[in-house]
Design a protein around this ligand. Structure first.
Ligand SMILES: Cc1cc2nc3c(=O)[nH]c(=O)nc-3n(C[C@H](O)[C@H](O)[C@H](O)COP(=O)(O)O)c2cc1C
Ligand code: SF4
Length: 431
């Protein structure tokens, strides 16, 4: 039976967002108080034990990142929070930012304490501008209560947070593009390496993590890394915020322990597919994520199990697609998104997405030939191998998976037939 475990979402909907009084009454700031009595290396040790993987998509172990950053001769000078959350179908960071922003602020403050960092930034996507007052009030309230700002809790440790608003570009979620954007430049990715913990904001070492990642830190410090780890699996510590969308009854954000099978998340927590329709496929991790069919639904949500099944957790979004949808139409929507979001810096992504769209459009009109399928695979392969950043490299993940698992539907479109009845095949008659 699928469980919901509320470690980081426990205050959501229960307290006034950003009220220090409410947050402290609910147990908030116990983690920071404890951390400030600990040696920074002890805190890093707890984060390592927790097996907390970065929740922004790449899943890099947070404890390892902190350990490496601490070992550098020049330690991080900025704490940056990635709240760009541009992956379609993903709105988990919004839950924290809108309903429990002090949890994020506390996590960032503990991170700042570990490295003795004085300045922090929360970078939020432009589309979340409605959260401006909530986030600003939370920072102001934390400062007034001396949990943030100068001489925190009467100590020598001072830490200030500024909020920076993005302008609505998906690529600014890529960590180097995000830093360019904070620096006031156009948000385009930088070459990596060097990685951010060596050369980051204003060329100084920088610690950058996702909203959800920082939001786990106070729990880990308060209760210990092992306790946190015990909620999940051997390879994936703790819990994960998953976002359910598409053809599913209970859309929303749910905190689940790692190890929960995808099937239970969709059918028990999500309430299954409405209207008596059948599952066609699922996309995991947003528009740049993998697509799969029923056969993989028993895969547990766990970085290792997903990897073994050829899948990636990504942002944790689960998009459920029922059989009233057409796979070509779905891919056209995704590709339009990537055309719009490509920053244009490199040719494979800038040109590749447009060429992919043209070929999908031919398929949807019933005027594509078998050679167009080869072309799709060729361009997709080229984009994966030669694009400058993760956007172009992952833009055709869904396409590759859909060709792998639903090739018959592509071939039907070549024959001029759309089984979902979504595509207008009028182009076929004109040939
Ligand atoms: C195109 C692209 C978009 C991304 N968007 C986000 C995002 O919206 N939020 C996020 O936290 N990470 C995003 N990432 C991943 C970040 O580059 C980075 O790995 C992450 O913020 C690190 O934090 P974490 O270790 O806590 O996951 C994106 C990566 C790419 C390539
Ligand atoms: S892959 Fe290239 S064009 Fe696409 S977003 Fe990244 S840098 Fe820009």
């Amino acid at each position: 039976m699928a469980k919901i475990v509320k470690l980081i979402s426990k205050n959501c909907g229960k307290i006034v967002p950003g009220s220090v009084e409410d947050y402290v009454k609910a147990g908030g700031y116990t983690g920071l108080r404890k951390a400030m009595k600990m040696d920074p290396q002890e805190i890093i040790e707890e984060v390592k034990k927790s097996n907390l993987m970065g929740r922004g998509g790449a899943g890099y172990p947070t404890g390892k990142k902190w350990e490496q950053a601490y070992a550098n001769p020049r330690r991080p000078e900025y704490v940056v929070c990635n709240g760009d959350e541009g992956e379609p179908g993903t709105y988990k960071d919004r839950l924290i930012l809108s309903q429990d922003p002090l949890r994020l602020i506390e996590g960032m403050t503990i991170a700042a304490y570990v490295f003795n960092i004085k300045e922090g930034y929360i970078y939020v996507r432009g589309e979340y501008l409605d959260l401006k007052d909530t986030i600003n009030d939370a920072i102001k309230n934390a400062e007034e209560a001396n949990y943030l700002g100068k001489n925190i809790l009467g100590s020598d440790f001072s830490f200030h947070i500024q909020v920076v608003w993005g302008a609505g570009a998906y690529v600014c979620g890529e960590n180097t593009a995000l830093l360019e954007s904070i620096e006031g430049k156009s948000g385009r990715p930088r070459k990596k390496p060097p990685f951010l913990t060596r050369v980051g904001l204003h060329q100084a070492p920088t610690l950058l993590q996702n909203v959800e990642t920082y939001s786990n830190i106070s729990y880990i410090v308060e209760h210990g890394g092992e306790k946190y780890h015990s909620y999940g699996t051997e390879y994936s510590g703790g819990t994960k915020l998953v976002c359910l969308s598409g053809n599913i009854a209970n859309k929303g954000v749910y905190e689940i322990p790692f190890g929960t099978p995808i099937r239970e998340i969709i059918y028990e927590i999500g309430g299954g597919i409405p209207g008596g329709r059948n599952l066609k496929f699922v996309q995991l991790g947003g528009s740049s994520g993998s697509c799969f069919k029923d056969e993989k639904l028993d895969t547990p949500m766990c970085y290792k199990a997903l990897k073994d099944a050829g899948l990636k957790l990504g942002s944790g979004a689960l998009l459920v697609i029922d059989d009233s949808n057409c796979v070509i139409d779905f891919l056209k929507c995704i590709t339009e998104f990537f055309i719009h979001e490509s920053c244009g810096k490199c040719t494979p992504c800038r040109e590749g997405n447009t060429r992919i769209f043209e070929l999908l459009d031919k398929l949807s009109k019933g005027i594509a030939g078998k050679e167009d399928m080869d072309r799709l695979c060729e361009i997709s392969d080229l984009m994966k191998k030669t694009s400058f950043c993760g956007l172009g490299q992952a833009a055709t993940t869904a396409l590759t998976d859909c060709i792998k698992y639903m090739k018959d539907e592509f071939l039907e479109h070549i024959e001029g037939y759309c089984r979902a009845g979504v595509c207008n095949m009028s182009g076929k008659e004109k040939i």
